[in-house]
Ligand binder design. Structure first.
Ligand SMILES: [Zn+2]
Length: 315
């Protein structure tokens, strides 16, 4: 079965893996990174991709290591044997993985580290930082306020991933690898043009109307792990309730395309699940207003009519 068929046949795992891969493939990444992500996906294709974040951290960690071991071009990710992966990921469970230093160097040497000129992280650096973060994003407040004690570091997501990957590859036959097929995902931005982008939680739907400069928001651009709002004047801005995976899922639901779709799509209205909701939540099923619109239970009109009738009868 071809990779495309695997996705389009409705095999849920391939569909979810397709989404995970797209989040790791910003258009600015070098070709060696794309090859590393595809080989990592092939090796892990039989994992469960519908169960939250563990498999996605494993995919990210394996992609980073394969990139660090092959970016120089002397071999391709498919040449890295399982035994080498076991050795790389093996380490004491109470220490951060030993691979962090070599990944750091590989990203820096390929221009994918922190961009000194703009002071911004490249998308690959953001992906790496999220995986190795020992503070679960808790560091921000303590850096801003003197009276908040910095939190103690905990295990990074990458530490758990390294342990799981070491165990996984310990019993992995290299010959099995050739038969595995993962989706093929081309890196490229997904651009949504819409005058009415709405963010839905379980209990609210709110339009995103204005950029931080108070111009009209005209769309969203998703590229790799990032989702940014774009306004009429070309400003770009992040929104704390908007993330790449949920925007991709909204477009996939609205059009039937794969979650990794690229190109420009226009919608009169696009309802995106808030980051408060699970990644795969469909606002039409979990939002109280949209759910009632599609699946009317006892509508408010009915209640008002009944009350009106009761008043009439008594009058
Ligand atoms: Zn603006």
């Amino acid at each position: 079965m071809s990779d495309v068929l695997a996705v389009e046949s409705g095999q849920p795992s391939a569909y979810d893996l397709d989404l995970e891969m797209s989040l790791l493939l910003p258009s600015s990444a070098p070709p060696a990174w794309g090859a590393a992500v595809h080989e990592a996906a092939r090796l892990l294709v039989d994992q469960r991709w519908d169960q939250g974040s563990r498999a996605s951290v494993d995919l990210c960690t394996l992609s980073l290591l394969l990139f660090a071991r092959t970016y120089a071009g002397d071999r391709v990710p498919g040449d890295v044997p399982a035994a080498e992966l076991v050795e790389a990921f093996h380490g004491p469970a109470d220490h951060e993985p030993q691979i962090i230093g070599e990944i750091d160097r590989a990203l820096t040497e390929t221009g994918q580290g922190r961009d000194r000129e703009s002071g911004r992280n490249t998308p690959l650096w953001s992906i790496f930082n999220t995986a190795r973060d020992q503070y679960k994003g808790r560091m921000g407040a303590s850096l801003l306020a003197d009276d908040i004690e910095p939190p103690a570091p905990g295990p990074s997501p990458m530490r758990g991933a390294a342990g799981r990957l070491a165990a996984f590859f310990a019993g992995y036959p290299d010959q099995a690898r050739e038969q595995k097929v993962a989706p093929v995902v081309a890196p490229g931005p997904l651009i949504i043009e819409s005058d009415r982008i709405q963010i839905a939680t379980a209990h609210s739907i709110r339009p995103v109307r204005r950029c931080p400069h108070d111009d009209r928001v005209s769309g969203v651009r998703v590229d790799g792990p990032e989702a940014i709002l774009v306004c009429d004047q070309g400003h770009v801005s992040a929104h704390w309730e908007l993330d790449a995976s949920r925007v991709r899922m909204a477009v996939a639901r609205a059009t039937g395309v794969r979650p990794s779709a690229q190109g420009t799509h226009r919608f009169p209205e696009l309802v995106v699940a808030s980051t408060d909701l699970l990644r795969h939540s469909d606002p039409r099923k979990v939002n109280v207003f949209l759910r009632e619109r599609d699946f009317p239970l006892v509508g408010r009109d009915d209640v008002l009519q009944q009350v009106g009738r009761l008043i009439d009868e008594r009058g």
